[in-house]
Design a protein around this ligand. Structure first.
Ligand SMILES: Nc1ncnc2c1ncn2[C@@H]1O[C@H](COP(=O)(O)OP(=O)(O)O)[C@@H](O)[C@H]1O
Ligand SMILES: [Mg+2]
Length: 462
């Protein structure tokens, strides 16, 4: 051993450590790692023994064998491939050392010569080679590290992307669930609204029915009084007639009989009136048949005007109003659904009476409430109508009540719009009326001046 810097045990030690580290044997090659660790201990032990005892001539072979074994491993084993460059770097050094040990066998003299030769040529070459190869290895390692880092980054990136994706998916799922829930709630609200609406429409119907019933009771009272009175009078007349007959006054009996006949005609007339009123009530309460039929609008309006007035008076005896009718007797019958049209007209009257009553409550002096209704035929020019004109029937319901303020005027047809206190108005009357008139291909309009009057005009195709 003539090259001072060269120490075979140290090289073996370093190379084993190098293999362990570079190959990350503790993780990747556990069996080898076990062997490496053991070998390190053995190397240290042998080295110490070598220092104490003169066994160098044996250990030298051991070191060489170990080195050659390692080289052999790196070139034959796939898993040792990474360390090949470094092994190539130390290869000349090992070979020279091996060669020197080998020549020792041939005696001192020969060895000296070889030693001289290797010190001046082989070792410098081996060292330069070692340095060059280490530089190459270093560069390779750097490139490898870079590549590893890039891969790791890429893996991290795709991991993050996967995570992001999962998060987004989760978010979408949550949002979808939320939306589904909201949709469910909205549907429920809509259902509830539907129910409330039907209930309210029902209560509007019931309210008008209540008004009607009160009016009807009043209306029936009148013919009933007639019937009762005329019947009582008739009973008296019959007594009189019997007396006349007993007394042989045939002529007197004849005239009394005539009176009785007149009475009976009146009784029958008023009976029929009551009958008609009851029929009207039945018609109103009956669910809609939805059939249009030729209807006497004047009679309908007249009837409902009185019914609604008396309906209101039944609730408030102190209330009084004048009613004026101006019917076109040439009107003839108009094709409408009578129950529906009755409902519209009734609602207009109820609103009108409510309004005049309100005004009366506000200013008693010098105010006389007035509700009027008029009908007439009108002809308007039209491109589609017969002979260039369209025939319409116009119904006007007017009151001199509080009128409608401008700011609520465009809301009065909206369902549930009301200015009346709770319990007194549902806000459905005009919206239902509007729908009904529209279904008749007609028109519902309003003229008003706040504080002075309100006039609703129905136009129907005749
Ligand atoms: N003749 C009228 N005079 C004054 N205001 C009226 C008249 N008719 C309707 N209105 C107004 O229109 C609103 C809606 O009427 P309507 O749809 O019949 O509902 P409701 O009578 O239940 O309030 C009333 O609350 C009232 O403010
Ligand atoms: Mg109303």
């Amino acid at each position: 051993m003539s090259f001072e810097l060269y120490s075979a045990p140290l090289l073996v030690f370093l190379l084993i450590r190098y293999l362990r580290r570079t190959l990350r044997a503790d993780h990747l090659l556990p069996q080898w790692d076990h062997l490496f660790k053991k070998s390190l201990y053995i190397v240290v032990l042998l080295f110490i023994l070598e220092l104490i005892f003169p066994i160098k001539f044996i250990t030298a072979w051991v070191w060489s064998a170990a080195l050659l074994f390692m080289i052999w491993l790196t070139f034959t084993r796939q898993e040792f491939q990474l360390t090949r460059t470094v092994m190539v770097a130390v290869l000349p050094l090992i070979l020279i050392s091996f060669f020197e040990d080998f020549v020792k066998i041939f005696g001192e003299k020969f060895q000296d010569r070889v030693s001289n030769y290797s010190s001046s040529y082989l070792y410098p070459f081996a060292v330069i080679w070692l340095i060059a190869m280490l530089i190459v290895s270093h560069k390779q390692k750097k490139a490898l590290d870079k590549e590893r880092k890039r891969r790791a980054e890429e893996a991290e990136r795709s991991r993050m992307m996967a995570q992001k994706k999962a998060e987004l998916e989760q978010m979408v799922e949550e949002r979808t669930a939320e939306l589904t829930q909201q949709k469910k709630e909205l549907q429920q609200t809509i259902d509830e609204l539907h129910t409330t609406q039907t209930q309210l429409i029902q209560s509007e119907k019931m309210a008008s029915l209540g008004e009607l019933t009160a009016g009807i009771a009043h209306e029936i009272q009148n013919p009933l009084n007639f019937v009762n009175n005329f019947s009582e009078v008739s009973v008296e007349l019959i007594d009189e007639m019997q007396k006349d007959l007993q007394n042989g006054q045939a002529e007197d009996a004849q005239s009394v009989a005539e009176d009785i006949r007149q009475n009976l005609i009146k009784i029958s007339h008023h009976g029929k009136r009551a009958d008609a009123i009851v029929k009207g009530m039945l018609q109103h309460s009956r669910s809609h048949s939805g059939q249009k039929e030729p209807t006497d609008i004047n009679a309908l309006a007249d009837e409902y005007l009185r019914l609604s007035y008396h309906g209101l008076r039944a609730k408030d005896k102190s209330f009084n109003a004048s009613m004026v009718t101006d019917f076109d007797h040439e009107l003839g019958k108009v094709n409408v659904i009578p129950q529906d049209m009755g409902r519209v007209i009734l609602n207009l009257f109820t609103n009108a009476f409510y309004s005049v009553k309100m005004k009366q409550n506000q200013q008693k002096e010098g105010y006389s409430p007035l509700v009027s209704v008029s009908t007439k035929r009108v002809n308007v020019p039209s491109k589609t109508g017969l002979n260039g004109t369209k025939h319409l029937v116009e119904i006007r319901v007017k009151d001199n009540g509080v009128g409608i303020p401008k700011k609520v005027l465009d809301k009065i047809y909206q369902p549930f719009f009301t200015t009346k206190p709770t319990g007194e108005g549902t806000g459905l009357g005009l919206s239902l009326s509007y729908e009904i008139i529209k279904a008749h291909q007609g028109e519902l309009k309003v003229n008003t001046k706040e504080g002075e009057f309100a006039e609703f005009i129905i136009l129907l195709p005749a």
